[in-house]
Design a protein around this ligand. Structure first.
Ligand code: HEC
Length: 144
């Protein structure tokens, strides 16, 4: 084999390897983006997380740049409520929990220190798959 044909053969093998790697990456992508899309649906259309966790402008519209970036609540309890949180913390990028802690929180209502979040944060009981999807979506947003 000449040096030239050896080079050609190596280029071919290299190219084939690259194609295999790219094909594998393409196969993995739809799975994780489907998870993020399901999370987006659960956060935006079912859990309505933005209602409390997103700041609004003076016209009551969400401020896009700080979507899910935490907000003071625009309402208070109408009856005495000892433990009431008046601020919803940022959840874009999930700054206060790692992935595992977030999944525990969303499936059991328990924070990493074992306490539950104060009202009006709903004590969600997502199933494991939905909690993973919500977590993947919130993490995909990055911290605001
Ligand atoms: C009705 C208002 C409301 C809605 C709707 C709501 N939250 Fe909250 N959330 C809060 C408030 C208020 C807190 C703070 C509770 C506290 O300080 O004890 C909170 C706390 C949290 C925390 C805990 C942060 C921490 O580190 O302690 C997470 C995570 C969270 N919410 C996620 C979500 C997700 C995800 C959704 C939607 C699926 C959602 N919340 C919907 C009001 C809300």
């Amino acid at each position: 084999m000449t040096a030239k044909s050896l080079l050609a053969a190596l280029t071919l093998i290299g190219g084939a390897t690259l194609i295999t790697v790219l094909a594998a990456a393409e196969q993995a992508a739809p799975l994780s983006s489907a998870l993020v899309q399901r999370g987006e649906y659960l956060v935006e259309k079912v859990g309505m997380c933005a209602d409390c966790h997103s700041p609004r402008n003076e016209r009551g519209e969400f401020i896009k740049a700080s979507y899910l970036g935490g907000a003071p609540l625009g309402f208070t309890a109408a009856v005495p409520m000892p433990a009431w949180a008046s601020v919803a913390p940022p959840i874009a990028g999930l700054p206060s929990m790692n992935e595992r802690q977030a999944i525990v929180f969303l499936t059991t209502g328990k924070r990493p220190d074992g306490t539950t979040a104060r009202p009006p944060m709903p004590e969600f009981r997502f199933n494991g798959d939905d909690a993973r999807a919500v977590t993947a979506y919130l993490r995909s947003l990055g911290k605001k």
